[in-house]
Design a protein around this ligand. Structure first.
Ligand code: NG6
Ligand code: CA
Length: 517
């Protein structure tokens, strides 16, 4: 009797279980949940700023943890040596030189990405992901003449992000407010914001005319409106209650990034966590002051490293580390003096933010685009070092392959196996960009076509890569691009020019002169 009862009971249980399984959403039955994807993107972090990439002066234990536990790419590139074009490429998978407006944008520029254009977050949304951006945007907002006091659209939410908490352009450009899902955070309607990049508003102080109001001095540019004692690029009026506190920015973005993870942990998510460090103005929270010994630039990197560590703790606490692919990189190479007197040059000492490379931010030489590039996925990616040539441009198609999407973008190569550390195969070649000039990397070789213009930008003290003759370097024996082999190796030069023209075309637009007054 008892046994009969038991078997009936088990039978019922079996029926209930099968019914439950049949009704359960697909992903809980056979398919494992798609992995979360996080891109941690720094602003102006150099190859040599990271311990795992050779920095001995500056310590970055949390970035090193990713680098040593994942794949550390030694030939990883940003698409450009400046911010907007690199950000355009990482989100669209399109070479930035194909888009004539992909240049460093003012805070009032319209949205650069077409609302009909395919993007990384859009592709992931199609695959069931919740998508979010926290941090620096710098891809334009609205369609011209933005009213900052109403809904600001189109913006990130119209090109694939379900959630956005951003700074519009750069920390040194107005408007100096956070924008959440298209609305300025904390805005008092009685104190509306006005922004203008041509003319000041009557009676408003400026960095140029009111040095007595400054807590940070400008070196070049950066002498328009003053916010929190820091002179900025562009003029702004009003919005007092909404102004960000520069020293709190890292904490604000970290908290937003953590909250996004916590809110979305039950569904696959994509988070683009675009930190503002170490771009100017360098304003680490006072608790990081003096931590690097290199002044505010180094301290801002220590702060960013700490943020990464805290963010990783959240993933760990939520048990997400084994189901999350993390990509770490930087939008362009390093610069010391980018327009403020902040001791970056004076306190740099023996530190080499550019690593073994020549040049820096804005440069066609390697340090402009050759950046830290790490993929990390606990338990799925075996730790290792990869010399494969890979670019942020490739994330679109590689991530599409990972999540089973059929979307592909022609410029973006699917290098999923490489990203996962399972293949040593990288791109054959890559066209890099720096202020509308381009060059080719192919195999170990770099070819820079002739460009007029200053060899060095004296304001930022960086060699731009301009030369009236062709330049040809072999990185395998000359990582610092010191020996121009163009004349000695004419065959190689011709081969490189041909390969370059096949991708880039022969009808090239005028290179943009870098104006850093
Ligand atoms: C330059 C700014 C520089 C920085 C850069 C953009 C001047 C003189 N210099 O024009 O400080 O803001 O633009 O940097 O204004 S990026 O990382 O966003 O590309
Ligand atoms: Ca940048």
């Amino acid at each position: 009797m008892t046994s009969h009862f038991n078997s009936t009971n088990s039978f019922l249980l079996l029926i209930v279980l099968s019914v439950c399984l049949a009704c359960a959403p697909e992903k809980q039955s056979s398919e494992p949940q798609k992995p979360n994807i996080v891109i941690v993107y720094l602003d102006d972090l150099g190859y040599g700023d990271v311990g795992a990439y050779g920095s001995t002066v500056l310590k970055t234990p949390n970035i090193d943890h990713l680098a040593n536990g994942g794949v550390r790419f030694t030939n990883g590139y940003a698409s450009s040596a400046t911010c907007t074009p690199s950000r355009y490429a990482i989100l669209t998978g399109v070479y930035p030189w194909r888009e004539k407006d992909a240049k460093i944008l003012p805070g009032t520029a319209p949205l650069l990405i077409g609302t009909n254009q395919m993007t990384l977050p859009k592709m992931l949304k199609q695959e069931g992901y919740n998508t979010g951006i926290v941090g620096k945007w710098h891809l334009g907002l609205g369609s011209g003449n933005v009213d900052w006091n109403a809904q600001i659209s189109p913006g990130p939410n119209e090109v694939g992000f379900d959630y956005s908490y951003i700074l519009a352009a750069t920390q040194d450009r107005v408007p100096t407010v956070y924008i959440k899902n298209g609305y300025v955070v904390g805005l008092d309607p009685n104190d509306p914001i006005e922004v203008n990049y041509q003319n000041n508003f009557e009676g408003e102080p400026t960095g140029k005319d009111n040095p007595e109001l400054l807590t940070m001095k400008w070196h070049h540019g950066h002498n328009n409106s003053i916010v929190n004692g820091i002179p900025r690029i562009g003029f702004m009026k009003g919005g007092k209650s909404a102004l960000w506190k520069d020293e709190d920015m890292a904490d604000v973005f970290l908290a937003e990034a953590q909250e996004f993870v916590q809110k979305n942990k039950h569904e696959p998510f994509f988070l683009y966590y675009a930190m503002q460090q170490p771009h100017v103005p360098r304003t680490p929270h006072p608790r990081f002051a003096g931590k690097s010994g290199l002044g505010p630039r180094g301290d801002a990197i220590v702060e960013a490293d700490w943020c990464l560590g805290e963010f990783m703790k959240t993933l760990e606490e939520e048990n997400l580390l084994e189901n999350t692919l993390i990509i770490f990189s930087s939008d362009n190479g390093p610069v010391l003096n980018d327009g403020y007197y902040d001791d970056a040059e004076e306190k740099n000492g023996e530190h080499t933010p550019w690593g073994p490379f020549r040049g820096g931010k804005y440069s066609l030489f390697e340090a402009g685009t050759h950046v830290p590039f790490i993929s990390y996925w606990k338990g799925m990616i075996q730790p290792g070092v990869s010399d494969a040539l890979i670019c942020q441009l490739d994330l679109f198609s590689s991530i599409a392959s990972l999540v089973g999407s059929a979307e592909r973008i022609a410029d973006s190569q699917s290098l999923l196996e490489t990203l996962m550390g399972k293949s040593a195969q990288g791109r054959e070649s890559l066209v890099i960009e720096a202020t509308s000039r381009t060059a080719l990397r192919k195999g170990d070789w770099v070819m820079i076509p002739p460009y007029k213009g200053a060899a060095i930008n004296k304001m930022v003290n960086i060699e731009l890569g301009n030369n009236e003759a062709y330049q040809l370097y072999n990185l395998s024996e000359d990582i610092g691009e010191e020996n121009n082999l163009a004349e000695r190796n004419a065959d190689k030069l011709q081969e490189m020019i041909k390969a370059y023209q096949e991708i880039r075309g022969t009808d090239l637009p005028e290179a943009q002169e870098l104006e850093l007054k």
